[in-house]
Structures are given as C-alpha cells and as structure tokens.
Design a protein around this ligand. Structure first.
Ligand code: PRX
Length: 653
C-alpha cells in the first residue's frame, strides 16, 4: 500500500486538539465552515437540498410540517428505501461494486462478497418469499438473527415490500423476543438455526422457538448457518433456502409514503418495559444517507466497517441502510473480536483493506487492555477515518484509538445520537474539525441543539445542563412509541414542550458549539455500549419467587462504562448463598439475556426507604459510587444505610 494520507494535524497552541490537513479538506465532502450558517439560516431548505440526492418516485409537496408530537418530513413524497440502496446504485452504474463483505468467525471459512446486483437479486427474491407468505405493506416482521448477510437481506426485503421490521438482538432472551413480538403484533419471524461465537456453535433456533410461543407469529423462516440438524415445527417453520429456491428474481419495490412506518426498534426507557421506537421512511433515509456520507467521508471504493450488531440502531443505520445508500462496501463480521485471538479485528482490517472503522468506546478500552502488540502485527495503513459511538469516550481510549489504530493520521469522529434520533446528530465533520478527545462536536448541519437548565433556559457556554433538540426536528427523529403515544409525549416533550425534544443526556457546550456529552440523566444505563434501564433489571430479578424486594443502580466501570449493581432482599426463610446468587443471575439471563446481568448482587436485610415506602435509589447510588449519601432525614429507616455501607465495600471496577 502507498503512503497513506495524513488527515489530521495538531493544533499549534492547544494540546490534544487536531484539525484536518489541506489534503483532507480537499477530499472531504464539506470543508467550509459556512455550511453551518447556511443550514442554520434555513434548516428545512438545507435538508430539502440533500433529499434531492436520493431517488423519489414522487417529490414531496411540503418539506416539513409541525404539530405537537406529529411532525412530518417530505410530506406527500413517495420513495422506497431499499430501492434507494440497491436499484438506484445499479441504475447509476454501480451494480458491480461490492455492497457487502461478510467475514465469518471461523477463520477457515471463506469470506463472502456480494455485489449490488447480487444483493438486489437476493433481496428481490426474498421480497417475493415474504409476499408468498402473505406479508403485505404495514405488517410487522420480527428479525432475530445473527451477523450474517441474510440479516441485511431480510431488513432490505421488508423495506422493499413495505413491511415493518422489528429486529431483536440475537443475544436477547426468548422472553425479550416474545414481549417485542406481542407488542408489535408480528406475523412472521425470520431467524437462523445458529451462529458461531468464540468458536462455539450457538443454537439460536431454540430461543426463537421459546420466544414465539404465545405470540401472534404464524410463520418462522429459518436460515441455515450451522452444520447440524434443527427441529422444525411443521406448518410453522420454513427453511429460508428452500423458499428462496423457488422464488422469482423479479420484484418491483413498493412505493412508500415518506411518513410510512419503516421499522420499529425496541429500546430501554426508564420503566421495566422497552418501548418500540418508530421510524418512518423519507426523513430516516435522507438523514442516514447524508450523515454517513459526510461524517465517514464515504467515497467510491471504500470498505467501511461498523462493528455494531444489526440488532441495535447503529447496525440498522450504519451497517445496513446508510452505506448502501452511499454505494460503498459495508463489512459484516459474524463473531467475537477475540476469536481466534486478540488480533482478529486488525487481521480483518488488513485482509479487506478497511478504510473506515466505526466502533464503541467499550470495545476500544478492551482492545487497549489487550495490548499494542496485537494491532502492531498488522498493516492498518488502509484506514483513513475512525468513528466512535454509544457512550462517552475517555481521553486515554480516544488517544489510543487515534495513535495506535489510526497511526496519528486519521480523524476520530465521535458521534452522539440515540435509537430515537435514527442517525448521527452531534459530531464534528472530518473536513472541518476540530477533533478533541471527549468532545463529540457540534450538532450536524441542519440540527439545532442547545444546553438547557431544568426550567428550559439556554445556558451560557461551559455550563452543564441537558441537551435538547429544537424544531424543525431533524428528519430522522422518531415519530413515536408504537402503541403508546402518551408515553412518547411524556418522555420527550413534557420537559420542554412540543418544540424541544428532551434527550435525557447531560451535556455542556463551549462558545463555538462544541459539545461534550456527560451521560444519561435518567435511570438508563450504558453497559458496554448496551442501553439498559435499571428498572428492567429490577423487574427481571423480581420475577424470581425468592426475591422480596430489589433495587438496581448503576456504578461506573473502567471497561464497560457502567454496570448494574443489584440490592436484593430475599423472602423470609430464604438464606443468602452463592447458589441463590447464581440462580438470580440465571433469572436475569432468562428474562433479558446476558447483557442485563448485574455486575454484583448484594443481599441486604433492608433497603433505605422514604416514609411513603419508596426505595431511595439516590442513597444506593451514592453508596456504590463511594460518594456522600446526603440528607437522610426523610428516611423511614436511616439505620439501613449503616448496614449497607459495610456490605457495599465495593471498590472494584
Ligand atoms: O447517553 C447517550 C449515549 O447512548 C445513548 C443512546 O443509546 P442508544 O439508543 O442505545 O443508541 C446508541 C447508539 C446511537 C445516548 O442517550 N451515547 C450515544 N453516543 C454517544 C453517547 N454518549 C456519549 N458520546 C457519544 N458519542
């Protein structure tokens, strides 16, 4: 490989501040500061301008319409997202480019590359399969799949026929699948017999079987990934490959209204019940397309790798839709970064000459811990740009990523956004900068964010408050919570009214608009980049009949960012033991999946409560963080705190 381009230069005056070089500016899609002012002057016109870069069967009549909790984008416009990802690329002469590279976990297995034409053919066939199963526009379809190309094919086919996909992370439990399928009223689930993880074949079908029991699901389509037999339920289960064999390759993408529902994605709120975040077609397509293009500097020939799972919003937008909207190659890796050894990430980058890498701070901290010798073994000079997402990044992790992985050449684009926002919202642009550890950056052009105090006043630069997003809302912002618009209003538009979306994130902004995100201000945790409510873990533990009371709080963790700590009061007659602790971990596994497991379960005789009997989580949170517990005068049982102090004694991490 030739001499790789140097994208960044150091600020001559400030430490740890970096700027794009002239060469980088020449290459980037936007490098002129004026883009911010232009977008700010007329954000609706800004989005309209770039919306014209994608394909519409019919252009919109009105770009933005606002009503409380019912804002709309590209009203009257007709388009199809999958058509935009596939047919549009073929029509533009890009059909022979590689759309997807799939890297299986077992190293002895060959990687698979699919061109845009091949992917189009498979998606068209699977669209016909779904139609053959009676799926029509608006039907909800569950996707419970590992990281295999068929996961992308399934999502694309749903978008193509206008069915609403609801992807459930493959490591989530059968109970989680069931709850989501019931809430969504899904007719069909697409799954796989299993997948490989750390060299082991994981049986996914067994979980799918349990998870669809007691749901409206009538058909289960199963992709064969493993070399072993899987029990199939007659009349319900169908093999993907058998259905595909007989399916026609010809399929006309459905004309969707800009505001037609595209997908649901369940995410944690502050209660025990995850909420089905709704995303619609036009606005999501436009913002996904433009943010990926500008933020990751996507150009013809790029091999772009986002390491998220397709089960999260990052996978939806930045593995599947956005790279394909931009005609680049999206890399999909099946397995774990430590299989067969700690060098796998870097081996994949070298092998496929990856140009952009987009990953999470938790992963970066883990790679850092594994040591520099692993990345040093490989040629990473193909990398041009690095991205991070999902949680606040610490200086050490940022600098390691920048220096060791990016060779000090590549910008680190720290993107803040949420399941609800659908696409990137706050980050600095690679052609404009600056790139500063722990600072995500400015709001993307056309997005208006401010830091507010609790009363809704805009705070002065440097003051800590809450990040809010102002109307005109960015096109990809969620349109609601499926089946619960009251909760939608209460969660996002009560704090600051209908014209300011409440993000639930704390932040501060400097005079130039550069924003540092400090983390959630509600009871939502970020555990190894996975979003999880303390209430979800509580309600999972409460399902064990030996538990009398439970309270869960989060505690910072060096590697995972945050972890849940559970305080458990057992029922009378049940003694504390490691056995019970194991059993409770098993309960969480069953209800949520391994992502919900507490870092520690502390058995207590009493938990601090107010006089009205409410558990004081504030006190528990202070205890596990080794912080002052504050005023205890309103407690019904202040003596409980002393006992807890001795039990917590927890400085691990
Ligand atoms: O707290 C913020 C954090 O992740 C939350 C959203 O989680 P989720 O919906 O699962 O989406 C994650 C991927 C988009 C936010 O409320 N978060 C996300 N990105 C960042 C971040 N915190 C700090 N810096 C980020 N770049």
């Amino acid at each position: 490989m030739g001499d790789p381009m140097k994208w960044v230069k150091k600020d001559p005056e400030k430490e740890n501040v970096f700027w794009p070089t002239e060469a980088a500016k020449a290459r980037a899609w936007v490098s002129d500061e004026s883009i911010y002012a232009e977008a700010k002057a007329d954000p609706v016109a800004f989005w309209e301008k770039y919306a014209k870069e994608i394909h519409w069967f019919k252009r919109w009549d009105k770009a933005y319409e606002f009503a409380p909790e019912a804002y709309k984008w590209f009203v009257g416009g007709k388009l199809n997202l999958s058509y935009n990802c596939l047919d549009r690329q073929i029509d533009a002469g890009n059909g022979d480019r590689i759309a997807l590279i799939w890297e299986p976990e077992p190293v002895e297995e060959e990687a698979i590359s699919l061109t845009y034409k091949e992917l189009h053919r498979l998606v068209s066939k699977f669209s016909n399969v779904l139609k053959g199963l009676g799926v029509t526009k608006g039907d909800r379809i569950g996707i419970y799949m590992p990281m295999i190309p068929e996961a992308v094919i399934a999502m694309q086919a749903c978008a193509r026929i206008g069915a609403v996909h609801s992807v459930v992370f493959s490591a989530f439990s059968p109970d989680s699948l069931r709850d989501r399928m019931v809430d969504a009223g899904a007719k069909v689930v697409i799954t796989a017999d299993g997948y490989y993880r750390r060299g082991k074949a994981i049986d996914l079908k067994k979980n799918a079987d349990t998870g669809v029991e007691g749901t409206p699901v009538e058909k289960v389509v199963v992709v064969k990934r493993l070399d072993k037999s899987t029990p199939m339920t007659p009349g319900r289960d169908l093999w993907y490959h058998e259905l595909m064999d007989g399916a026609s390759e010809s399929h006309q993408a459905e004309e969707m209204d800009s505001e037609d529902l595209l997908f649901l994605l369940y995410t944690s709120g502050t209660t025990g019940k995850p909420k089905g975040i709704m995303h619609t077609t036009g606005g999501y397509a436009v913002q996904s397309y433009l943010t990926a293009k500008w933020n990751f500097d996507l150009h013809e020939g790029d091999i772009y790798w986002c390491t998220a799972d397709v089960g999260w919003i990052t996978g939806h937008t930045y593995i599947n839709y956005a790279p394909l909207l931009n005609g680049v190659t999206s890399l999909l890796y099946e397995g774990s970064p430590d299989a067969p050894d700690y060098g796998r990430m870097w081996a994949i980058i070298e092998k496929h000459k990856v140009t952009q890498l987009y990953t999470a701070p938790t992963a970066i901290r883990m790679f850092l811990k594994w040591g520099n010798e692993w990345p040093k073994k490989y040629d990473l000079s193909s990398l041009r740009l690095l991205g991070t997402v999902g949680e606040p990044i610490n200086v050490d992790a940022w600098m390691w990523y920048f220096e060791v992985i990016g060779g000090g050449r590549c910008p680190v684009i720290d993107t803040w956004w949420q399941t609800e926002t659908g696409a990137n919202m706050v980050n600095n642009l690679p052609g404009i900068g600056p790139f500063i550890p722990t600072v995500a950056g400015r709001t993307f052009p056309g997005v208006h964010g401010e830091i507010l105090d609790a009363g809704g006043s805009v705070l002065a630069p440097g003051e800590g408050g809450y990040l809010a997003i102002f109307s005109p809302f960015p096109p990809a912002l969620t349109r609601g919570i499926y089946g619960d618009m009251e909760r939608f209003k209460a969660q996002y538009f009560t704090e600051y009214g209908p014209e300011r979306y409440f993000t639930s994130d704390g932040a501060r902004m400097d005079e130039t608009g550069n924003t540092r995100i400090t983390g959630r201000v509600d009871d939502v945790m970020n555990v190894a980049g996975h979003r999880l409510a303390t209430a979800e873990v509580e309600s999972a533990l409460a399902q064990n009949n030996k538990v009398s009371e439970v309270a869960v709080v989060s505690r910072p963790h060096d590697l995972k960012g945050e972890v849940p700590i559970a305080f458990v009061l057992l029922k009378g007659g049940v003694d504390h033991s490691d056995e019970i602790r194991k059993e409770l971990m098993g309960t969480v596994n069953q209800v949520i999946g391994p992502t919900g497991r507490p870092d520690k379960i502390i058995f207590v005789d009493d938990v601090p409560k107010t006089r009205s009997g409410k558990i004081m989580r504030r006190v528990l949170k202070a205890l596990v963080r080794d912080e002052p517990v504050g005023d205890l005068t309103t407690l019904q049982n202040p003596e409980s705190v002393d006992q807890l102090k001795s039990l917590v004694d927890y400085k691990g991490g």
